[in-house]
Design a protein around this ligand. Structure first.
Ligand code: IMP
Ligand code: MG
Length: 172
């Protein structure tokens, strides 16, 4: 068994998600935006966030992998599941669970521009800037966290712990 220790409570997370939702609503008003949720880690964040956004939204999912079973990013991006709605000419908000090296999200951003998106914003609930390799502008950020491996609120270690309600640090 791995040792897990609470870092950020569910209540604090939800408060922040509400703030981000309000900010997105203010920024886009009645303009329609396409939310592209990066599976699997951001499924819980996305479900909470979209319910705090009052602007018209379309929601799509994308799955890309860069980590495998290890806790170190390989830097290689494979699209395992692609979006099922067109983004040509659309404003897209890419919704991530965590930005670590920045490689995944910057590659996904490029990919959405290749598909013809007009504008691509990045929204992440957690940001771990210490290990950044690729500079990336985060338009909406929940919490900046230290360089620890974290689980819960959708984030996993070997596909487990996604269901923990708090964000926890895990000792591997
Ligand atoms: P990046 O390409 O290094 O920015 O990696 C981003 C992806 O790695 C995230 O979408 C997560 O799926 C995963 N990841 C990075 N750090 C953690 C962590 O602390 N816990 C769980 N997953 C993580
Ligand atoms: Mg992820």
């Amino acid at each position: 068994m791995n040792n897990v220790e609470k870092l950020i409570s569910e209540q604090e997370i939800l408060k922040k998600v509400e703030e981000i939702g309000k900010k997105i609503t203010d920024d886009f008003k009645d303009e329609s935006v396409t939310i592209v949720s990066v599976l699997k880690g951001s499924f819980i964040f996305t479900a909470d966030l979209v319910r705090f956004i009052k602007s018209p939204v379309e929601i799509a999912f994308i799955a890309a992998s860069s980590y495998g079973a290890s806790t170190v990013s390989s830097g290689e991006l494979k699209i395992r599941y692609d979006i099922d709605i067109p983004v040509k000419g659309q404003t897209v908000i890419l919704v991530e669970d965590i930005v670590d090296t920045g490689l995944t999200i910057s590659r996904l951003k490029e990919y959405l521009y290749e598909l013809g998106a007009k504008d691509v914003k990045i929204c992440t609930i957690f940001d771990k800037p210490d290990r950044r390799e690729k500079q990336v502008t985060i338009d909406y950020c929940g919490f900046v966290i230290p360089n620890e491996f974290v689980v819960g609120y959708g984030l996993d270690y070997n596909n487990k712990y996604r269901n923990l309600r708090n964000l926890c640090k895990i000792t591997i």
